[in-house]
Design a protein. Structure first.
Length: 510
């Protein structure tokens, strides 16, 4: 789970990490009020920062989400971070005009892509006097199984660019599990940054507190960029990115409450409600698989066969009726999905039960695209017969490669327009799938119960019937959660200086 900048700095500040002070705003009026408090605190600079889950905000441009035109301010394109001198003109009026043009608009950065992200909140931060900028991060190095601390003198620059162009400027320290960051390691990092005297001592305190916070909140990553050195040798986190391990959120109810679902993909949010492991992709083939490794292999084989996976979806080992039905609902809510590939390995559950479960699930969810099913494992042959004898439209494959090829054939046979329903209740998609499907009708006394065995008698005539139409649940964009502003007295206790800076280092000479 990712946190906003203001949430990350508030959280780190509670663990003794010196952070930039500021107040979060959700309306232009609240932004003016928070700017007034900052001026009362003696701020010489006001930094207005758009709060979205993406980097590059200082270089990003704000757009009108309806017209997609750049938002202008003082004849210039308005960016995601704006610096205002507190002693020039009417800063409170400027805060109002800028926040009015930021909130509710779309910020496009290199990380968001052209679709951008809507700004629902912004941070009014106090300026800080900067002598030098650094980079600092802590995360798990899966190659060694240890936490790694990385620092660099190239603060305010994307670490990927530093690693590619000047890797020698990145200093690394691996922390042994259970030992914590040692004094000699902190000093070695300080030496790598060229710090000495009071600056070195302050950095050692900073990195120790940051590592303790990283462990305490079960973070998967903490990044401070830039970490700044002030003229009086203090070390302060001016920007912070924190990602929390989802598996540990049950231990941190207060952190879980910080989740902003408006920053997440609506389909991924909906899938999470059903405990489905779902990640949306850009392709047109929906994947429903049990097991993460098999899901990755399924996406690979789709690519090799010429298709493009539309999602990663792991329904788990059981692949029950409810989970399969919910998975269909999520995938059918994606307009890009033109075909569905179900690839289930019957290990924990028998394939014949999975087949009956798929049939029952499709009877409760409107599925208007070709469905290709590949089942392997226990009772796989019985499962294939159940599917082929089903009155529903399936294409049954024996191997994973055959399944991927059937998906490609189905996509080629479908026009780019929405599948039209005929007056008989069948669809154009039925014709596209006819050559790859064997459709037979079960006896009327077979109710397709999830635990029932397959009826062995088959009627000779084959037919296609339309699927029962069921309304698909609407997926709504949840509103951004509201959080209390920073407590002024608490911030005064935790932070000695008032600070602020562009998160991307665009305006570093303040």
């Amino acid at each position: 789970m990712n946190l906003h900048e203001h949430q990350a700095k508030e959280l780190l500040g509670k663990y003794g990490v010196p952070v930039q002070t500021g107040r979060v705003s959700y309306t232009p009026e609240q932004a003016v009020e928070n700017a007034y408090y900052a001026l009362q605190d003696g701020a010489e600079l006001l930094i207005l920062k758009a709060q979205i889950h993406a980097g590059g905000r200082g270089k990003g441009v704000i757009h009108n989400p309806q017209t997609n035109e750049p938002v202008m301010y003082n004849l210039k394109e308005l960016r995601g971070v704006k610096v205002l001198p507190a002693t020039e003109g009417n800063p409170l009026h400027e805060v109002y005009e800028i926040s009015r043009r930021m909130l509710g608009q779309k910020l496009v950065t290199l990380q968001t892509g052209p679709q951008g992200k809507i700004i629902n909140r912004m941070l009014i931060a106090n300026g800080v006097d900067i002598a030098k900028e650094f980079y600092c991060s802590i995360l798990m190095d899966r190659g060694t199984g240890k936490n790694i601390i990385m620092v660099s003198t190239e603060g305010g620059v994307e670490i990927e660019k530093v690693a590619e162009e000047t890797p020698e400027k990145i200093v690394r320290e691996y922390v042994e599990p259970g030992q914590g960051v040692q004094g000699f390691q902190a000093r070695r990092l300080a030496f790598g940054l060229g710090l000495s005297g009071a600056a070195q001592k302050n950095f050692i305190s900073f990195i120790t507190a940051l590592y303790n916070a990283y462990l305490s909140i079960d973070a998967s990553m903490v990044e401070v960029n830039p970490m700044v050195l002030t003229p009086d040798d203090k070390i302060i986190a001016v920007d912070a990115k924190v990602s929390i391990d989802d598996n540990a959120l049950y231990r941190h109810k207060e952190i879980a409450a910080m989740r902003d679902e408006s920053e997440e993909d609506p389909l991924e949010v909906e899938a999470g409600k059903y405990e489905l492991n779902y990640i949306k992709l850009d392709g047109n083939v929906g994947c429903m698989v049990n097991g993460a490794g098999l899901a990755m292999a399924t996406m690979d084989i789709i690519k090799l066969a010429g298709g493009e996976p539309a999602n990663f979806l792991d329904v788990g080992g059981g692949a029950s009726v409810n989970r399969v039905a919910n998975a269909f609902r999520v995938m059918m809510s994606d307009p890009n999905v033109k075909a569905v590939l179900i690839n289930i390995f019957g290990g924990i559950v028998r394939c014949d039960r999975v087949a009956n479960g798929i049939i029952q699930a499709m009877e409760t969810v409107q599925v208007s695209v070709p469905v290709i099913v590949r089942l392997d494992g226990t009772n796989a042959e019985e499962a294939r017969q159940i599917l082929m004898n089903s009155p529903l439209n399936f294409s049954v494959a024996g191997t994973l490669l055959e399944a991927a090829q059937k998906v490609t054939e189905a996509l080629e046979a479908i026009t780019t327009t929405t599948v039209a329903t005929t007056t008989e209740g069948s669809t154009v998609m039925s014709a596209a799938m006819a050559s790859a499907s064997v459709i037979r009708r079960l006896d009327d006394d077979d109710d397709l119960d999830f635990n029932d065995e397959m009826n062995e008698e088959e009627e000779e005539d084959s037919y296609t019937r339309s699927m029962e139409e069921v309304d698909i649940e609407d997926i709504e964009d949840p509103d951004a959660m509201n959080f209390a502003d920073f407590d002024e007295e608490e911030l005064d206790d935790n932070v000695d200086d008032i600070d602020s800076l562009l998160s991307d280092g665009d305006d570093s000479n303040f």
